[in-house]
Design a protein around this ligand. Structure first.
Ligand SMILES: Cc1cc2nc3c(=O)[nH]c(=O)nc-3n(C[C@H](O)[C@H](O)[C@H](O)COP(=O)(O)O)c2cc1C
Ligand SMILES: [Fe+2]
Ligand SMILES: [Fe+2]
Length: 408
């Protein structure tokens, strides 16, 4: 756990976590940080306390002591969001501190009680409620429901103009030496943008309509620092992460970078021949191609890559009268994440009956994905010259459809 001073009397405690599945699902290739914040006035508040995945709170306590905070003297625990990655240590904390108040939304209060027991020390806060810690540090609370869970809120500190945004404005990716946007190299900035897309698409995108409201709400504050629960702190240019999240919210409904992702699978290489052909056409057209071979690709990477692309090619054969199952599962997962409005094109091989196309339509329909498809191309066995000609014109049509969806 690292201790980083953000401003006078405000510190971040940050833990790198890897080799785990985030939410029990996501293989986070580059790990993630869990950030916690301490604000000291005459009274002391801890916002979103974090412990390691090993569940050992002693690491948190010893780190608090190193920044001059005795855990048994903490007055307030601010729970911006009850999800256990931020609040899993409450039970342990109650054993060493018998005199603190938990501040959270009424929805979080219910969750804290049902997950950790009703401690009788919870105070629910409403929009605009404040907590004066003394020495000029005043916190205010601002619910942003369904920024991940229904209980979430922002906490704003007026003296330093810091927005503690919890899951909002977060990113995956461990932090090694650098924690602030102004310390980062251009490679690191690009790394956290990519990890931000992975985080948004894996964890947050289902809630895009509510995230848009939270983006609007952010604009009501005079912000100098954005301090999220995961990933870097923005103090040189907090507007950057607000702009990035605005762009990500557009990716969720069909926009994307000028890239095509080929989501594909092939049993005996027939469809693969057409994938290789498609790749050569895309290279000729100067479009960046991302190949996602299923089922080898991780779900996390698959979702992040499709999410950020303005165009999608689905290349998969018929299997037992349906769409090749790993590709069908991937599209279904994209539908569950409500990734809508993508420009798309499918081709694939079949042996005798076909059936892949019918199932693809069912999946798109069932999940109300509203993807904008170019006419599919199906071929018997290997792709013949006339099939490749149709595939080429399908790709050119897809590129046209992408034009007004491209947002870099
Ligand atoms: C397990 C299995 C099930 C299949 N089921 C069907 C089917 O229901 N209908 C059909 O038209 N072809 C079916 N096929 C044939 C494939 O669609 C055909 O071999 C196609 O060329 C495979 O393309 P690929 O080499 O890209 O995987 C099946 C093939 C396998 C191996
Ligand atoms: Fe969360
Ligand atoms: Fe979180």
């Amino acid at each position: 756990m690292k201790k980083i001073k953000i401003a006078d009397d405000i510190h971040m405690l940050s833990m790198n976590v890897s080799d785990m599945l985030f939410e029990g699902i996501w293989e986070i290739a580059n790990g993630v940080t869990l950030n916690s914040y301490i604000v000291k006035g005459e009274k002391t508040a801890i916002i979103d306390g974090v412990i390691g995945w090993d569940g050992v709170p002693e690491t948190l306590y010893s780190n608090l002591e190193e920044i001059g905070v005795a855990p048994e003297n903490i007055d307030y625990l601010i729970v911006n969001h009850m999800e256990p990655d931020h609040s899993g240590w409450i039970e342990s904390f109650e054993k060493i501190n018998n005199n603190f108040t938990i501040l959270c939304t009424d929805k979080a209060a219910k969750l804290v009680s049902s997950f950790y027991g009703n401690s009788g020390r919870i105070k629910a806060v409403k929009e605009g409620d404040t907590l004066n810690l003394g020495k000029g540090k005043v916190l205010s609370f601002h619910p942003v429901p369904n920024v991940h869970w229904p209980d979430t809120m922002f906490t704003y500190e007026a003296d330093t103009k810091t927005l503690f945004s919890c899951d909002m404005y977060g990113a995956f990716g461990k932090m090694e030496e650098h924690h602030f946007d102004d310390e980062m190299t251009s490679e690191e900035i690009e790394f956290y943008e990519t990890e931000g897309i992975r985080y948004y698409s894996n964890v947050m995108t289902t809630f895009t309509s509510m995230l848009k409201k939270a983006i609007q709400k952010s604009k009501e504050f005079d912000i100098k620092i954005i301090a999220p629960g995961h990933g870097p702190i923005y103090r040189k240019n907090p507007q950057k992460i607000i702009d990035d999240y605005t762009r990500f919210s557009q990716y969720a409904v069909g926009a994307g970078k000028n890239e095509i992702s080929i989501l594909w699978g092939s049993m005996y290489g027939m469809t693969e021949k057409a994938v290789n052909f498609a790749e050569s056409i895309l290279k000729r057209e100067g479009i960046k191609v991302n190949k996602l071979k299923m089922p080898l690709e991780s779900e996390s990477e698959m979702i992040a890559t499709v999410f950020k692309s303005a165009g999608i090619i689905i290349a998969a054969p018929t299997y037992e009268y349906k769409l090749f199952p790993p590709v069908a599962a991937a599209i279904d997962e994209l539908g569950r994440k409500r990734i809508t409005g993508k420009a798309a094109f499918r081709f694939g091989s079949y042996g005798w009956s076909g059936g892949a196309e019918k199932e693809l339509k069912e999946i798109i329909e069932r999940n109300n994905m509203k993807w904008d498809f170019v006419d599919s191309v199906e071929f018997e066995g290997y792709p013949k010259e006339e099939d490749l000609i149709k595939i080429e014109s399908g790709i050119l049509e897809l590129i046209k459809k992408m034009k007004d969806k491209t947002v870099e």
